[in-house]
Design a protein. Structure first.
Length: 562
């Protein structure tokens, strides 16, 4: 699904003057594993990933972030569980490497007690891996990937960006967080905001202190005002010089924090440094290949011919498969909320089977009705067959059994509820969910694109006699959704379809100010609340990891003292 990831407020405020982008275009994906258990498909593994393509601005260009992993331990046979999950991740890394991505990032962080990453309610017998165990799990997977030639090297984030006074061979000198990859929900994203918050508070306190000191003394020496920041090295006889002078304060504090948790942040290099440089410059890298038998990791090789497309060894990061819109798979938090609201639990095998069945139904039948209509005659919910919608009444439907007797007036003498105006016309609606296939998906994607263009045009069109087809009809739909007394929650099909279209528009809307499309601002506000909920979860995840490593550091210091 195509989305925009926005830079958080304090980061943007501090570094916007350096040309730092305010948003990053990204394609989000959810990778799922199903296994047939007792003849029933069961969802057992999920992985959310973010793909930042070649059109994404630096520093995220051509990078992949593996955001969340979660699993249910009903996989059979148990001895092949780790092997299978490793194989999925290795094949995904191979897949993105062939498409032209040069780096993958992983944050190894086990869930805290009571937290669910993707699946709602895990089995009570399923153990949560420790921090060390999960790091080893990822390292074993990356060793297999390197042995298979999928990756070049795996390093820690600290080694990549903070080692040797924040000088990196691949990224060059890093002076501020603008050079660090910025992923939504990542540890760095939240920690930078936290550091900036503390720095702003400290700067305010220092500013007030200087103002008070100035008012008392009337004069402050220039040496105090221009005191340099840094760590001093040397002895009393030879004081030495300040190190880290001129370094960004955020980078200094990040370096101190990450030095205690190096193994948790993994940078996976998919291509050699030469290929990465060629990718960034859009040069041909067909002569750059990896020679596993030589001591040098990367060198020129002319022995083996290479088949290349479009005169490039690397791809343009585009995906041949079109994005598939899915309301409840939009994000990890959205899917988790969907399962929690509908009580789709995975704590028992029978519940996991039922939850999987419901997830598959909504996934393969996106056009299936999300809300059931009630027959205006017998008051039963219309779940199958044909529903007859009155074209004149705001909310009146008839089921297949009641349609003929009510329309002909056969039941009118029995009860007043069976009486209906004979001049009204009805529209038959098939309630059976149609199977989804490739052709229907392509047609639906084309139709959605056309309707989104019409939606934007009608919202901005001020001409009463617009010549564009269906412009007047779309304007009437706008009036309907604003004045409808039934609303989509009570079963208005028109409101439900238009609201679905408005939701798609709001995800792609780039207007910062008030959007002319009806309800776009309200939907974006709702999405921001959902994003805030996700950020709270990510911040809790980050604080939990900080607390864990601080406690380890404290125990280590006590052990050294004893």
């Amino acid at each position: 699904m195509e989305k925009q990831h926005f830079v958080r407020e304090m980061m943007l405020e501090r570094y916007a003057n350096r040309g730092y982008p305010s948003e990053f275009p990204v394609r989000t994906k959810c990778v799922l594993l199903f296994q047939t258990i007792h003849g029933v498909d069961t969802l057992l593994f999920g992985m959310y990933v973010y793909e930042y393509g070649k059109d994404c601005p630096a520093p995220n260009r051509r990078r992949v972030y593996i955001s969340y992993l979660d699993s249910i331990h009903f996989f059979q046979a148990t001895s092949y569980r780790t092997f299978t999950y490793h194989a999925i991740m290795i094949e995904y890394l191979k897949f993105v490497k062939e498409r032209g991505f040069h780096t993958a990032h992983i944050w190894s962080c086990p869930p805290s007690k009571g937290d669910d990453y993707i699946f709602h309610h895990h089995p009570t017998s399923q153990l949560t891996p420790s921090d060390e165990m999960l790091c080893s799990w990822y390292e074993d997977m990356l060793k297999k990937a390197k042995a298979n030639g999928v990756i070049i090297e795996a390093r820690t984030l600290f080694e990549e960006y903070f080692k040797n006074d924040c000088l990196s061979a691949s990224a060059g000198p890093v002076l501020d967080p603008c050079s660090l990859p910025y992923f939504e929900g990542d540890y760095l994203t939240g920690e930078i905001e936290n550091i900036l918050k503390h720095l702003n508070t400290e700067e305010e306190v220092k500013k007030k202190g200087r103002e008070n000191l100035t008012s008392l003394s009337g004069n402050i020496s220039n040496t105090q005002q221009k005191k340099k920041v840094g760590n001093k090295i040397g002895t009393r006889s030879n004081p030495g010089e300040l190190i880290n002078q001129g370094r960004d304060k955020v980078m200094l504090r990040l370096s101190q924090t990450l030095s205690t948790m190096k193994r948790n942040f993994i940078v996976v290099q998919l291509h050699s440094h030469e290929v990465v440089a060629a990718m960034e410059q859009n040069d041909d890298s067909s002569a750059l290949v990896k020679d596993h038998n030589s001591e040098s990791s990367h060198e020129l090789c002319f022995k083996k011919p290479i088949e290349i497309e479009n005169q490039h060894f690397f791809g343009d990061t585009s995906d041949k498969d079109p994005p598939q819109e899915s309301e409840f798979f939009d994000s990890r938090q959205q899917f988790l909320n969907f399962c929690q609201t509908n009580h789709f639990q995975f704590d028992e095998l029978r519940r996991a089977k039922h939850s999987t069945m419901m997830v598959l139904f909504h996934l393969h039948n996106p056009s299936a009705p999300k809300f059931l209509q009630q027959c205006g005659s017998c008051y039963r919910e219309i779940t199958h067959g044909t529903r007859y919608r009155c074209n004149d009444c705001s909310n009146f439907d008839l089921c297949q059994d009641c349609y003929e007797p009510v329309v002909t007036g056969l039941w009118a003498q029995r009860d007043s509820r069976f009486a209906h105006d004979k001049t009204h016309t009805f529209t038959p609606i098939d309630m059976e969910a149609k199977p989804d296939n490739q052709r229907s998906r392509e047609e639906r994607a084309k139709s959605i694109k056309t309707h989104l263009e019409l939606l934007t045009h009608a919202a901005n069109c001020k001409s009463p006699g617009c010549s564009m087809n269906n412009c007047a009809r779309m304007k009437k739909l706008f009036e309907h959704i604003q004045m409808c007394g039934v609303t989509y929650k009570k079963g208005c099909k028109i409101c439900a379809r238009l609201l679905s279209l408005l939701s798609m528009h709001s995800r792609l809307c780039t207007i910062r100010e008030k959007c002319p499309v009806p309800f776009c601002d309200q939907i974006r506000q709702k999405n921001r609340r959902l994003l805030h909920q996700q950020q709270l979860m990510d911040d809790r995840r980050r604080r939990g990891q900080n607390k864990l490593h601080r406690s380890r550091q404290t125990k280590g210091q006590k052990h050294d003292q004893t």
